[in-house]
Every structure is written in C-alpha cells, then in structure tokens.
Ligand binder design. Structure first.
Ligand code: BDR
Ligand code: CA
Length: 350
C-alpha cells in the first residue's frame, strides 16, 4: 500500500477524493490537512471531519486544520461553485457543530488542535522512520499553501516524500480566469515552491478532469446499482444513506457547473482523480514537461505554463532547471468510474 497525506478544501469533489482515499485498498491514508480554498478554512476543516465521519473513517485518521490564507495574495473562495460553506446542498452529513465532528480534530496534550504543518511533519517522520518503502505521497486538492510551508520549513524531510500529486492547473485553459485554474490561482506562489523541489511531482489538470463527467446514467447507477436503466428522465431512489448523500452532492455540483460553465451532461469530479492516479496510475497517460506558474502577469496570474517543446532545454531532474512535472494528458474514464463505484460499495459495507 502507498502511504498518503491528503490536503483538501472540501468542496464537493474534495469529498469524493476523501471517499476514495479511505476506501481504495492499496492506499494507507495517514491524515488529512485542510486549507482555505473553496470556502474559509474553518469551514473546510469542519467539512473534512464531516466527510470522514460519514464515510466510515477509522478514528486514527484525523483532521489537521491549516492555512487561512495564501502566502502572498488576498484570500478568495468560491461560493458560486461550492456554496458559502463549501458543501452547499449536501444532505445527510453530520452537523458542523456536532461533538462527533469537533472531536475529529487531532489535539495535543493541552487539548489544542494540532495544525496541518505539525501533523504532516510528525506523521511523515514517523512513517519514514519505519525504513525502506515508507516514503509518503502528498496529494493536494486545493490551494497548495500548506504544502509550500512544509517544503520551506522542512527541506530535510523531502527525502521522505515519494511524490507530490496535485489536482490543479491546466494546459492552455482556465476556470477562474481565462488561463488560470482555481487551486493554482488562489496561491500561485505556493505551487511554484512545490514545483521547484527535487521531488517527483504530478499534475492532474482540468483538461483531464473535465473528461470524467458524472453523467445521468452514472448518477442513476450510483443511486441504485444494478437497477434496470428504464426511465432515464427521473432518478431512482437511493439504495443507502451514503448514496443519497452523494447524489445530493452531485445534484448541487451539476447545477453549479451548468449555470457557471455550461456543462449540460453533469459535473466533473476533479479531486477524486488525483487520488485515483496514486492508486491506479495505469489509468492515466502522462508526459514529463517543465511546468512553471505565472506569478506576475496582468491577465495570466496563476497560469500553469507548460513548456511543451522543452524550449528551455531542461534536464531530467525534478525541480529547478529540470522537466519537473508529469502532466496528465488523459484518463480512462470508465476505469475511473469503476473504481469510484467500488469504493462507494465498500463504504456502504462499513
Ligand atoms: C478545483 O477547484 C475546486 O473548485 C475543486 O475543489 C477543485 O479542487 C477545480 O478547479
Ligand atoms: Ca478542491
């Protein structure tokens, strides 16, 4: 199994990333840190705990609240896509102020919350100490502030990191400006810091995530597996509470993607793909390129600039001066949804 640290900003699709990370058999989830992003950081932290509870997580997998704002830029959120609290319209999750939820945060001996950076560091150190084969893969599905702070403060621990995998960025496309994707646009400096590390890094851009759409047919299958696809106009009743929760998530996200981006077939599940990649990389085609983030452009701030022709003559090192990033180009969409459906079934058994 792969040891994973997951940094999220739930977020509808972050919730599905958490579900996969909990229920993919070859993933050993060490902990979950949260960041500002889709909603303010106090909301995303609580949302992560609500999801872990609803998805049957082992109590050892705790939530570690992280950065409130980006390294340099003013903070921004995305209520248009995720609602004001980050999980708009999602039914059946435990209440944000319930004692179960609040007790899911990791605490120290004084009863204070352990913050993202401290949680990551101690978990990665503890895992690394176990010896060969115990590197940790860090997956990021929101703005990368927490990860950049880790990189800056603990360079000696980079040897313990197997790979950084992030959902974000784009090749010649944007969703929160003409050319910038939301996660990178929120904290472009943080992403550049991670891209400059000598650690293998993989980017799952929106060019790829936009191909994995939850169509009506998939939505029906999720609600009621094995049901005869008779009347496709209406949705069947949910077979379980979990499936009802996921269906309300999809309905809200579908509406947001339809009204904002004109997606008529259904919403993409961006963040889940980053976790799927770590579990089943063979589902993805990737190419290794030099990637940098535009940090000063008037129109292009936060654009991921992919040097397709290796114009800069970069070498084979990861990090500065190297072709520093595996860029996902495509995903086996059927294979991805098969994986997701299996995880939902497993989650149903818990
Ligand atoms: C990314 O931004 C957020 O809306 C999603 O959670 C995802 O991480 C997609 O651009
Ligand atoms: Ca996200």
């Amino acid at each position: 199994a792969k040891y994973i640290w997951l940094d999220v900003d739930p977020g509808h699709d972050d919730a599905t990333a958490l579900l996969l990370a909990l229920h993919l058999p070859n993933i050993h989830l060490l902990g979950v840190s949260t960041t500002h992003g889709n909603a303010p950081s106090d909301c995303t932290a609580v949302n992560a705990a609500r999801c872990l509870l609803a998805f049957g997580a082992d109590r050892r997998i705790r939530v570690y609240p992280g950065a409130d704002k980006p390294l340099l830029l003013p903070v921004k959120h995305d209520p248009e896509i995720h609602g004001p609290d980050g999980l708009g319209g999602v039914e059946g999750l435990p209440a944000p102020d319930s004692s179960d939820v609040l007790s899911w945060f990791a605490t120290d001996s004084d009863g204070d919350n352990i913050r993202a950076l401290d949680g990551m560091v101690s978990s990665i150190k503890e895992t690394w100490k176990k010896g060969k084969g115990h590197q940790v893969t860090i997956i990021s599905t929101g703005p990368m502030t927490n990860i950049a702070l880790f990189v800056a403060a603990y360079p000696e621990l980079l040897a313990a990191v197997e790979e950084f995998v992030f959902m974000g960025g784009a090749v010649g496309l944007g969703n929160r400006s003409a050319v910038a994707e939301f996660n990178i646009m929120c904290d472009p400096h943080a992403t550049q810091i991670v891209l400059d590390t000598p650690v293998k890094t993989t980017m799952i851009p929106i060019n790829v995530t936009h191909t994995a759409i939850v169509t009506k047919a998939l939505h029906r299958q999720l609600l009621s597996p094995g049901a005869v696809p008779a009347d496709t106009a209406t949705l069947p009743p949910a077979a379980t509470n979990l499936r009802h929760t996921l269906s309300t998530l999809i309905i809200f996200f579908a509406e947001a993607y339809k009204s904002t981006f004109g997606f008529n077939e259904g919403p993409p599940l961006h963040d889940a793909l980053a976790v799927a990649y770590v579990s089943q990389p063979e589902l993805f085609k990737t190419v290794r390129k030099r990637v940098d983030v535009e940090l000063i452009g008037k129109y292009t701030l936060g654009e991921t600039v992919v040097d397709i022709w290796n114009y800069q003559k970069c070498d084979d090192s990861w990090g500065v001066g190297g072709r520093n990033c595996l860029v996902a180009q495509s995903v086996d969409v059927d294979g991805f949804f098969e994986l997701l459906m299996k995880c939902v079934s497993r989650c149903d058994q818990v």
